[in-house]
Ligand binder design. Structure first.
Ligand code: NAP
Ligand code: MG
Length: 491
């Protein structure tokens, strides 16, 4: 079934060596529109042999791609960004239909994807080494070289945007990539791979093998000829991939989600805070690794702020992504069930359900925006990532208690502080254990700002110039300067 603004093929093959190709096992599986539960197309299930072929093709392509002059690499990657922009409406419609997100959120993801290609294109000819002074008898310098083949495993929450986040820096650094997208939402990734080919990237530099974690993803991350791995998803899968990578001594970059706290002091502008918090937890139906999962409110303003948040949540228009509502469906039936389980767990633990908690009486995977208060730190809903539109509210009395609550989980991806006192904002930013701190705004990051986790939220940084470090290794070259008098007898 086609959604407004886009038409789909019946079947999508793998994208290897610059073209679509059927999977060697001949197997396809449906991808569904989360707003209806109906299949919209079938996507290839890549086999171990398909992964092997994609990795060999990438390996050959990488050997030539690394020698393409950096300005030319930059130009080609920039061209991908232009094509993303030329096809922005189609890409947004694909993402909205396949993933479920409201159209304007899908448009914003696509604009961000274009920016990754532009931003990293500009870095392609600036990846310089340095010279190291070691004394008069030696010249020493470093060069930054690509790893070779970058394997990238992506999740279903921002599929097209995260493809660009990983692929653009890998390419400008001179690597070839093999991407394994999540099976629920592979269509935008396949379209982007086709645009990479259309932009003139050499065949084999960007490959996509669709399929499941097991065996497709598993075959990719344990492949002997993969040189570096980028993974975004759950802690459990991240741990598993790290173990696989240990067997081949392959470096990993892991972005594993969060349980992100926002701390609100009485001197904050509560209307603005309510807007930031509702955007922070309900964007993409809460399926965001940097969502506000935990709202820590000073006890003196708890009721006032909660009222404002509940009013906004209860005014939300909920519906299919293509109608561009405030809130779309969750990605899958399985995920809807998981979020419901957490809501039950919260109720049973004694948290107060202030609003939401129910599915909508219609097809698709819809759930109301949900707010719990009286949440305490030992509850599971206070510690585990729900990845849905569920906000947990806590009370605190002073800064010290707020910091202890905020840092008292195993995650450390993002955190926020809302206050008008600058010294307090700095103290809190210093003491929060998180890779990103937002002050008086949520989702403050851009393509240019480094992003990644403390603690179990991950290893390494995506975005910004830091991301390039995951795709380059340093070679040191030491050259002895033989003394002419010693080396030329009689001279
Ligand atoms: P997941 O299991 O970690 O999946 C992420 C990706 O890894 C998918 O492409 C998945 O494919 C693949 N994968 C699974 N097992 C693999 C293996 N052994 N080797 C290689 N690749 C493998 O996450 P999920 O089940 O989709 O979501 C579960 C939870 O993860 C969510 O509720 C949320 O807490 C978290 N999550 C976090 C982020 C984030 O941005 N940090 C994004 C999405 C989800 P299959 O789906 O076929 O297994
Ligand atoms: Mg889908």
């Amino acid at each position: 079934m086609d959604q407004p603004g886009v038409s789909f093929e019946d079947e999508y093959g793998l994208h290897i060596d610059g073209r679509f190709t059927p999977p060697s096992g001949g197997e396809y599986q449906p991808t569904r529109d989360p707003a209806t539960g109906e299949p919209i197309a079938s996507v290839a299930v890549g086999t171990v042999e398909d992964v092997d072929r994609a990795v060999s093709v990438a390996r050959e392509a990488a050997a030539e791609w690394r020698d393409v002059p950096p300005d030319e690499r930059g130009r080609l990657v920039h061209r991908v960004g232009e094509l993303v922009d030329d096809n922005a409406e189609e890409l947004a419609a694909i993402e909205s239909a396949d993933q479920g997100k409201p159209l304007s959120q899908a448009r914003s993801d696509v604009a961000g994807a274009r920016r990754y290609f532009e931003y990293y294109a500009g870095a392609a000819d600036k990846l310089e080494g340095r010279s190291v002074p070691v004394g008069p008898d030696q010249v020493d310098f470093t060069v930054r070289e690509p790893y070779g083949v970058s394997a990238q495993v992506t999740p279903w929450n921002f599929p097209g945007n995260l493809f660009a986040r990983g692929v653009a820096p890998a390419l400008v650094a001179g690597n070839a990539v093999v991407v394994k997208p999540a099976p629920q939402t592979a269509l935008s990734t396949l379209r982007l791979a086709a645009l990479c080919a259309e932009a003139g990237l050499p065949d084999g530099v960007v490959n996509v093998v669709t399929g499941f974690g097991d065996p497709t993803g598993e075959a990719l991350v344990s492949h002997e000829n993969v040189d570096t791995i980028t993974f975004t998803g759950s802690v459990e899968t991240g741990q598993h991939i790290m173990k696989r990578a240990a067997e081949t001594i392959t470096p990993v970059t892991l972005e594993l989600g969060g349980k992100n706290p926002a701390i609100v002091f009485p001197d904050a502008d509560l209307d603005a805070v309510a807007d930031h918090i509702t955007t922070g937890i309900f964007t993409n139906a809460g399926q965001v690794c940097s969502a506000v999962d935990r709202l820590l409110v000073h006890e003196s303003i708890h009721d006032e702020l909660l009222d404002r948040i509940v009013r906004i949540a209860e005014g939300y228009e909920i519906g299919p992504g293509w109608n561009d509502p405030d809130l779309g469906p969750l990605v899958s039936e399985e995920h809807l069930e998981r979020v419901h389980e957490y809501i039950d767990v919260g109720r049973e633990a004694g948290a107060t359900l202030v609003t939401g908690g129910a599915s909508l009486d219609r097809p698709g995977y819809f759930i109301e925006p949900t707010v719990f208060t009286d949440v305490t730190p030992e509850m599971r809903i206070a510690r585990e990532e729900i990845f849905g539109p569920v906000l947990s509210v806590f009370r605190f009395t002073d800064e010290r208690e707020a910091i202890a609550l905020a840092n008292g989980v195993e995650y450390g991806l993002a955190a926020g502080v809302f206050t008008s006192e600058i010294t307090r904002a700095h103290r809190m930013s210093r003491d929060l254990e998180a890779g990103t701190v937002y002050v008086n705004a949520w989702f403050g990051e851009t393509n240019q700002t480094p992003f990644g986790g403390y603690k179990r939220s991950g290893i390494g940084r995506e975005k910004g110039l830091e991301a390039l470090d995951s795709y380059l290794q340093t070679k040191n070259i030491a050259i002895g300067l033989e003394d002419e008098a010693d080396s030329l007898p009689g001279a």
